[in-house]
Every structure is written in structure tokens, then in C-alpha cells.
Design a binder for this molecule. Structure first.
Ligand code: SF4
Length: 221
């Protein structure tokens, strides 16, 4: 997998799937909460939890910071792991309130904000980068299992670059927050529609540049 092929991958995925319109949310704290709720579940389940919180007027940092834990667990049950996620949401809300709000956080430089986010309960690199990219519009790439699998297959049989390289190379080649956010959304869409656990290479716009597809074609010839 060569770094300079990343823009071509982006263009091919965009042509195949179109703009994904991520992240569907009314404000930045909703994106932050969504990034926690979507951990280890499908977006439709996280979205259901968000709608339930919204319907109760509870989807704001101030409210979540003070909300009753049992009530919060009940509200977010559709997102799964509801006890863990309720504790994480509450901790995140308290952190935002203690920091002076989302606007105050938005004045932090990206490296410092990333470090701060990573120090919060239950926020790992994937969640921190999703928050940085979609809530704070910073030019960061979200490295997730889908991205690792896609680039591993494209570069097959060469070994996968380390997470740092995949992240750094995408950020170097794509550069704008808008396009990096789009790339992540496109990879998720592509991984769900084409490059799944059992890939559907015949429908894939990347098949002519994919080492995995080339090897599969040689085997079946
Ligand atoms: S050609 Fe197949 S393995 Fe390669 S990226 Fe497309 S779906 Fe995935």
C-alpha cells in the first residue's frame, strides 16, 4: 500500500458511494455523545439512544452531567453496554462542563485537545479522533477496524502499515477535515456494502488496485 494511492482510493469510494453526510447531529456535544454511544454497536442503535435522550430534553452537557444514572442507563439501552456507556457519557458531560463548555474546548490546539480527550474515561484513539474530526472539524483521520482491513487488503500481500502510519499517511494525503471525515464515512459505507468480512469484490470500485482481489482472481483462474 503506497501513501500516494490514498487520494485515488478516496476518489473511487466517493464516486461509488457518494457523499455520506456525516455526522448527523444538531450540535457539537451531540456528536461527542454519539461518538461514545456508537462504541461497539451499529449507528442505528446509537441514534435510537440519542433520540430517546432528545425526547426527554436530556442531550446537553449540563443535563447529562447531573442526570440520574439509572434514568440515563434506561434511556440509552438501545445502544448496548448501557451501564458502561452511561458512566462514560456522564464523565464526558462533567468534563465538558468543567472545561467551560464545548466552545472553550474548541479553542484548544489539536494535539492538546486530543491528549485531553484521551485522558477521559472510556475515550480511546478512535473515539477521540471521531470527536476531533466531526465535532471540532480538525484534520484527523479516524483509524478503525474497517480502515485497517480495507488498507490491509488493498496492500496485500505486503504487511499492514502500523496504525500511526495509516493515520499519518491519510492525514498527509487528504489534509482537510471535511475530506478526512468523508474518507472515514466512505470506508465505513464501503466496508458494510462491499469490503465486508466476506468481500464482494465484483461490485468494488477498488478491485483493479487491490492485492487481495488480484490474489483471489489468480486462485480461481
Ligand atoms: S476488491 Fe474486494 S477485497 Fe479489495 S477492497 Fe474491494 S471488496 Fe475489498
Amino acid at each position: 500500500m503506497r501513501r500516494r494511492t490514498i487520494p485515488a482510493v478516496f476518489d473511487a469510494l466517493l464516486a461509488q458511494h457518494g457523499p455520506q453526510g456525516w455526522w448527523p447531529a444538531e450540535d457539537r456535544f451531540e456528536i461527542m455523545a454519539g461518538a461514545v454511544l456508537v462504541q461497539r454497536t451499529a449507528w442505528r442503535n446509537a441514534a435510537q439512544a440519542i433520540q430517546r435522550l432528545k425526547a426527554r430534553g436530556a442531550l446537553a452537557a449540563e443535563q447529562l452531567a447531573a442526570v440520574d444514572s439509572t434514568f440515563l442507563e434506561t434511556m440509552i439501552k438501545p445502544a448496548g453496554f448501557f451501564r458502561v456507556k452511561a458512566a462514560r457519557l456522564k464523565a464526558l458531560a462533567r468534563f465538558v462542563v468543567a472545561s467551560g463548555g464545548v466552545d472553550a474546548l474548541s479553542r484548544q490546539a489539536t494535539p492538546s485537545l486530543r491528549t485531553t480527550l484521551l485522558s477521559q474515561q472510556g475515550i480511546g484513539p478512535e473515539t477521540a479522533d471521531a470527536i476531533l474530526g466531526y465535532a471540532f472539524e480538525r484534520p484527523v483521520f479516524v483509524v478503525d477496524a474497517y480502515a485497517r482491513r480495507l488498507f490491509e487488503r488493498l496492500g496485500s500481500p505486503d504487511p499492514l502499515p502500523s496504525d500511526f502510519d495509516l493515520k499519518a499517511d491519510c492525514e498527509a494525503e487528504i489534509s482537510t477535515a471535511t475530506n478526512l471525515n468523508e474518507l472515514h464515512a466512505l470506508i465505513v459505507a464501503h466496508s458494510q456494502r462491499c469490503c465486508a468480512a466476506v468481500p464482494d469484490c465484483a461490485r468494488c470500485s477498488l478491485r483493479l488496485r487491490c492485492g487481495y482481489a488480484a490474489a483471489a482472481a489468480r486462485c480461481s483462474a
